[in-house]
Design a protein around this ligand. Structure first.
Ligand code: GAL
Length: 646
């Protein structure tokens, strides 16, 4: 396992580079990420390139056995470029250029920008092609879908629509533009969603396409850079550091042509009362591993209290620096790069803390980080071991966009049931993959398909086939609601999935902040919230009914035999325990072994390899946990990770 740090030589006096590199080497750091925002130093004037300082920094690291991942600096074009060619600066929703000096101030469709971006990337690739210390490349930084409203992007959008729909008539039909007299009579009338309107006011079909195209633009930009780097360095290892943000790109398309996934991981330092939040990190990590179904890197990892665009958060509690990095390993990371070596003394991020504070005196966090480096070294033999899972959860970028475009009811969000289902199985000691909805399913025995909102016929077919051939599917409310254009399907819910689930909703009740009681046949009761599909069973067996509201007695949870398999349907958003009950039933029915003695938020995963396999057990809470496992009494301190060979 490799530990690295993000480092910005351009932020520090040269004298510090050597002392920093020496301390890094002594601490056990094997990798630094450099360069991703340094365009103004790499090309200080148009066509004048200066790699001297970067060569020197790389040399200092490589002499001390530290490898480099090099960022392409395309996130931040220099001011001279923006001044010379204002078209490189993206246009905001208000139709005016975005401010320069924050970052991300470039339009990924602007031909002038693309020319300059290609040139700097090519220059870097050419310059470093034979440098053995440069072991990987990061494209840009935290790419987002291209929400630029400039004339070039607007024209691109029209072209995209022309090639998708062919005629205005087909486009008007797909968008239902007759509503509010929105029919286009010429392509030029198609504008981007200017203005600060709440998304929900805008046509959902139009908005979903806009999101799709915005994501494709960014993916094309990223692929352009990857191809260029490969032209000079055919075996380069290329990634981009992804994250969860407002305008996300489609994760699966983003990494399709890249070599590995890397992710920026900032777990909370403020342990919230709501334990669900703490749990999110494990889910995100499994989602990252699921993008390519391969091990991945953390390119930025929590190192100190976070603050910049928001007030500062708590400093990481003892155990967090080490525990959260080991948690990433437990979920399939092989390399964890910490953001950042030292807290910046300049610029907007001076309160986003690194491993070392402004004082440059290594303190408590650094000591814990040094311990982590030591432990990572001991785990070297586990590098390349993999998590194998019987359980998959499907994720779809279309659903992510569509739920943002039209929030369903108070408090409801797409990731929630993904998390609840994940917890149900992971809490029983199973590895869980979160994979793209188009992923091949035959390796799995259980597939959770929560909130399959925007319908893709090929995904529907695959879920039917999976159940038919003996798999267990779990579907939930808000499935089969929309067609692929984001218009409503005119059939009783869950529409395209009704035969699979063997039930239908006669009505639904978006209860938002209210709650509802659910009662299982054995008398167990649970609370439901946010949403109630008022179900009637057709061929399904009713497992639980609503026990309150005017639909008391209607089905809330059902299971249907389908072919050689089964399909569960959960009509509400339940509490954790409800999903655990269903998971336990499925695991017992299918004979998959599980562990039911793990306390809440004690996470267990298993990495297997040809030579060696290991179990990771992580106390993701701020109190000690005692429990029994395989007949042994185990005590874990707050955020302690236990790793044992099996
Ligand atoms: C990430 C970003 C870094 C740095 C960090 C802390 O989102 O990639 O460059 O800004 O957050 O703020």
């Amino acid at each position: 396992m490799i530990i690295g740090v993000d480092y910005y030589p351009e932020h520090w006096d040269k004298e510090m580079w050597i002392t920093d590199a020496e301390l890094m080497a002594k601490t056990g750091i094997k990798l630094v990420r450099l360069g991703e925002f340094a365009w103004c130093r790499l090309e200080p004037e148009d066509s004048r390139f200066d790699f001297g300082w970067l060569d020197e920094a790389i040399g200092i690291f490589s002499e001390r056995g530290i490898d480099v991942v090099l960022g392409t600096p395309t996130n931040c074009p220099p001011r001279w470029l923006c001044e010379q060619h204002p078209s490189v600066v993206p246009t905001g929703r208000n139709g005016s250029p975005n401010p320069i000096g924050i970052r991300g101030h470039r339009c990924v469709n602007d031909p002038v920008f693309l020319g300059y971006a290609q040139r700097i990337v090519a220059e870097m690739a050419e310059h470093y092609k034979d440098n053995k210390s440069v072991v990987a490349w990061q494209i840009d930084n935290e790419l987002e879908a291209n929400f630029c409203f400039c004339p070039t992007c607007n024209e691109k959008h029209r072209e995209w629509l022309k090639s998708k729909y062919g005629t205005l008539q087909a486009l008007n039909k797909a968008y239902g533009n007759v509503v509010w007299s929105g029919e286009y009579s010429s392509w030029e009338q198609i504008d981007p969603p200017y203005g600060d309107y709440n998304h929900a006011w805008l046509n959902p079909a139009y908005m979903l396409d806009f999101n799709r195209r915005a994501s494709e633009d960014t993916v094309r930009f990223c692929n352009m850079q990857a191809e260029l780097i490969r032209k000079y360095i055919p075996h380069a290892k290329i990634t981009t550091n992804t994250w969860f943000c407002e305008n996300m790109t489609d994760f699966y398309k983003t990494f399709e042509n890249l070599d590995f996934v890397s992710y920026d991981n900032y777990p909370t330092t403020d342990i919230p009362k709501d334990t669900e939040n703490i749990y999110t990190h494990a889910v995100h990590l499994d989602l990252m591993r699921g993008i390519k179904r391969e091990n991945f890197w953390i390119m930025e990892q929590l190192s100190g209290g976070m603050g910049c665009w928001s007030p500062m958060s708590k400093t990481p509690r003892p155990g967090m620096i080490k525990g959260y990095a080991l948690q990433a390993f437990a979920h399939g990371a092989d390399t964890v790069v910490h953001f950042r070596w030292r807290t910046a003394a300049i610029g907007a991020e001076m309160h986003w803390h690194g491993l070392i504070d402004h004082s440059n005196v290594p303190g408590r966090r650094f000591a814990e980080f040094a311990e982590l480096c030591g432990e990572a070294e001991k785990l070297a033999s586990l590098r390349g071991t993999r998590l194998r899972s019987d359980v998959a959860i499907l994720y779809s970028s279309d659903n992510e966009y569509a739920f943002k475009i039209q929030p369903q009811t108070y408090g409801m969000y797409y990731m929630e049931q993904i998390k609840l289902l994940h917890y149900a199985f992971a809490g029983l000691g199973l590895n869980v993959d979160i994979v793209g909805q188009h992923e091949e399913l035959s390796d799995y025995r259980i597939v959770c398909a929560p909130e399959m909102y925007v319908t893709d016929e090929s995904v529907v077919r695959r879920l039917y086939d999976f159940a038919e051939s003996g798999g267990t599917v779990i579907l939930t409310n808000r499935s089969g609601v929309k067609d692929s254009s984001n218009n409503c399907i005119q059939a009783q819910l869950p529409t395209v999935y009704s035969k699979l689930t063997g039930c239908h909703a006669e009505e639904y009740d978006p209860i938002g902040g209210d709650s509802v009681r659910i009662k299982f046949g054995d008398g167990d009761t649970f609370t439901g919230k946010q949403w109630c599909d008022i179900l009637n069973a057709d061929t399904a067996e009713v497992l639980a009914v609503y026990d309150s509201n005017f639909y008391k007695g209607n089905a809330a949870v059902t299971v249907n035999r389908f072919g050689n398999g089964r399909a569960y349907y959960i009509g509400t958003v339940g509490e954790k325990a409800l999903y655990r009950k269903i998971a336990l039933k499925i695991l017992k029915d299918s004979g998959i072994p599980f562990t039911d003695s793990l306390p809440d938020n004690v996470e267990m995963t298993t990495r297997v390899g040809d030579e060696i396999s290991a179990r990771f057990i992580f106390n993701n809470t701020d109190v000690s946990q005692e429990f029994t496992l395989d007949g042994r009494n185990i005590t874990l301190k707050p955020f302690e990770m236990m790793i044992e060979e099996i």
